[in-house]
Design a protein around this ligand. Structure first.
Ligand SMILES: C[S@@+](CC[C@H](N)C(=O)[O-])C[C@H]1O[C@@H](n2cnc3c(N)ncnc32)[C@H](O)[C@@H]1O
Length: 279
């Protein structure tokens, strides 16, 4: 059940235009990631983002003076990012697959970001994407990936009422956090259109993979579970009000750290974060 990277690439290319349209609790997920990035910047000069899409993170980081390498396998996403980066001299764009970054030497970048897509959507090759991101990291690594504690209920809710039974896809998601379009005959009936492959993790599973690649994991936990659990009205309220948002983000961080580190994370975007350092 290998990923079909050609199809994955085409699928993502079709999504480039919608990348910056926010749904539900996405702004909370992103703001929590910015907080984690900001805390990781001490002593950092060079940054690579793998799966950087249209530059939501790379372009502000380049504007702040870091030497940034923006990596993605979607040419349309890179084209949109290039437009936004006009005039910036300290950002370079590389079309490449997260699972094979052979064009970069070991420890090429002080900080490596691989967030929301380029791990989980590699399916069985998520381990290769993690390995490559660890390999090119000199100091610090920040990964976000799909959270099993959220995908299991989503998979159940999508299938149980419809098929009146627990379909094999749910069992696969529970067993090893894995989805592949061709894995079970039922799968094509579950999600209309192409939905290739996915790998979701528990915090302990993601942490173990990063550790196996030679990095110390400082933190690996759910990201933004409180936004998911507090619901739409709370999310809509804090999105309108900067002070309320900052207060809510403080609460989210406390909740993820101390109340529910293995919680579901946000509804939208990858709800699991790992922060690691080279030993
Ligand atoms: C949802 S976007 C995330 C963008 C950004 N990292 C963020 O967090 O806002 C996912 C991006 O990952 C890219 N991507 C997915 N799989 C990839 C792979 N195997 N290699 C390189 N890029 C990949 C997609 O093309 C897409 O631009």
């Amino acid at each position: 059940m290998k990923p079909d990277f050609k199809r994955e690439q085409i699928w993502w290319e079709g999504k480039a235009d919608g990348e910056e349209r926010d749904i539900a609790d996405e702004p909370i997920n992103r703001a929590l990631r910015w907080r984690a990035i900001d805390r990781s910047l001490q002593g950092i000069k060079t940054i690579a983002e793998v799966g950087a899409a249209t530059g939501t993170f790379t372009i502000p980081l380049a504007k702040r003076g870091y030497k940034v390498t923006h990596i993605d396998f979607s040419a349309p996403a890179i084209a949109l990012a290039k437009k936004k980066a006009k005039g910036l001299k300290n950002i370079e764009f590389v079309l490449a697959n997260a699972a094979d970054l052979h064009m970069f030497p070991n420890k090429a970048f002080d900080l490596v970001l691989n967030m929301d897509g380029a791990v989980s959507f590699c399916g069985k090759d998520a381990t290769k994407s993690i390995k490559e991101s660890c390999r090119i990291c000199r100091k610090r690594l920040l990964i976000t990936a799909s959270n099993k504690a959220w995908l299991i209920p989503v998979w159940v809710a999508t299938t149980f009422p419809k098929f009146k039974k627990i379909v094999p896809a749910v069992k696969s998601m529970i067993k090893d956090g894995f989805w592949h379009y061709d894995q079970h005959p039922h799968n094509k009936k579950i999600i209309p259109g192409y939905f290739g492959t996915l790998k979701a993790f528990l915090p302990s599973e993601l942490a173990a993979l990063i550790k196996a690649n030679g990095l110390n994991v400082k933190r690996c936990q759910a990201l933004g579970s409180l936004a998911n659990l507090a619901g739409k009205d709370t999310v809509d309220f804090v999105k309108q009000n900067h002070r309320a948002m900052e207060t809510f983000l403080d609460l989210c961080e406390d909740f993820d750290q101390n109340i529910m580190p293995c919680g579901p994370g946000t509804k939208q975007r990858a709800g699991l974060i790992a922060i690691a350092e080279r030993r």
